[in-house]
Write a protein that binds this ligand. Structure first.
Ligand code: XMP
Length: 318
């Protein structure tokens, strides 16, 4: 029988034997998988693990600062790299979903590679890849879903990086990863975090991305997510977020007619993201959240709730 205790013990030993005195580089995303992978490696090789946490400018509100702080508290050897401007610049004027993904993936690799080169004697690249990541990328590689969405965290290593890959979680499912994290005494705010796509808010801003749109969506998203937490709903939902639609609609404020942006809220139940049902959130919650968003976020005058399941809809809108 699989237990987190035994897994942690054997994995740490295996990592120590495999890696020896080499240095390892790991890209943290703020998510559960990369965080647990980092913690396991930290236990195994301590400061020989060099973590890099890149701000692509498309993270949630305050996420970069707060998660970086949390990592430092965990004792991880982590460097935060704010590359927001570089990402936004590269994305300027681009509105095709797949092209946006490719740009974000490419700039990420460039930034990451630049940082990796500064770690002397690095021999390994660690990744938080888990078992379902493989199934999804393998099954997608032949079929049309390969072109539907290119997930950039699997197999996207350029040759010139010449690093050996170590993936301590590659046989685990998500719930097992969380159990390993709890076994390592990791904070529940990290372990219970909803999945968040690598391209971040970049694929939740439909159409082209600007700094202003990012900041509008960050505010909307923060109100929604904080509300879910306050109402005790966050842990009942598998993933939630807001989409900024490329649609203006007419509204009225005081005596003034407005013509402003519309946002869609999405919350789903799922076990692996392959299929998903929209969550029946309480009307009172939706009412309060919609009021808060429209009253507090300048430039938004309409909120809708997405009641589509996957399939045929996907979780993200792009
Ligand atoms: P979809 O939208 O395909 O999403 O139903 C399924 C799960 O995958 C996440 N997702 C991504 N994750 N890079 C990622 O790292 C991506 O390009 C990407 N696209 C979707 C999505 O958030 C959901 O959890």
């Amino acid at each position: 029988d699989w237990t987190p205790d035994a897994f942690v013990e054997t994995t740490i030993k295996e990592l120590q034997e495999k890696i020896g005195d080499d240095k390892v580089i790991l890209g943290l995303s703020g998510g559960v998988d990369s965080s647990v992978a980092a913690m396991l490696l930290h236990k195994a090789i301590g400061s020989h693990l060099h973590c890099i946490f890149v701000n692509n400018g498309l993270l949630r509100k305050n996420e970069f600062e707060s998660v970086l702080d949390q990592y430092k508290h965990m004792g991880l050897n982590v460097k935060g790299v704010d590359a927001s401007a570089r990402f936004l610049d590269a994305l300027k004027g681009e509105s095709d979903p797949e092209t946006k993904r490719k740009i974000i993936g490419r700039v990420f690799i460039e930034v990451f590679d630049n940082e990796a080169h500064q770690v002397e004697n690095a021999k390994w690249l660690a990744q938080g890849t888990i078992y379902p990541d493989r199934i999804e990328s393998v099954s997608a590689s032949g079929g049309p879903s390969a072109v539907i969405k290119s997930h950039h965290n699997v197999g996207g290593l350029p040759d010139y990086m010449k690093l050996k890959v170590v993936e301590p979680l590659h046989l685990l499912f998500k719930d097992e990863v969380r159990r390993v994290g709890r076994n390592l005494d990791m904070d529940s705010t990290i372990l219970g975090r909803h999945p968040f796509p690598g391209p971040g808010l970049g694929i939740r801003i439909l159409g082209d991305i600007t700094a202003e749109k990012v900041s509008i969506l960050q505010e909307v998203d923060a109100i929604f997510i904080d509300g879910l937490k306050k109402w005790g709903l966050y842990d009942k939902v598998w993933q939630a977020g807001a989409m900024l639609l490329p649609v203006n609609s007419v509204g009225v404020m005081g005596d003034e007619r407005t013509y402003e942006k519309c946002v869609a809220l999405r919350a789903v139940e799922s076990t692996d993201g392959m299929t998903a049902d929209w969550v029946n959130l309480p009307y009172e919650f939706l009412q309060k959240t919609s009021n808060d968003i429209i009253n507090k976020v300048k430039g938004v005058n309409r909120v809708v709730y997405d009641i589509s399941s996957k399939p045929p809809a996907t979780i993200e809108w792009e």
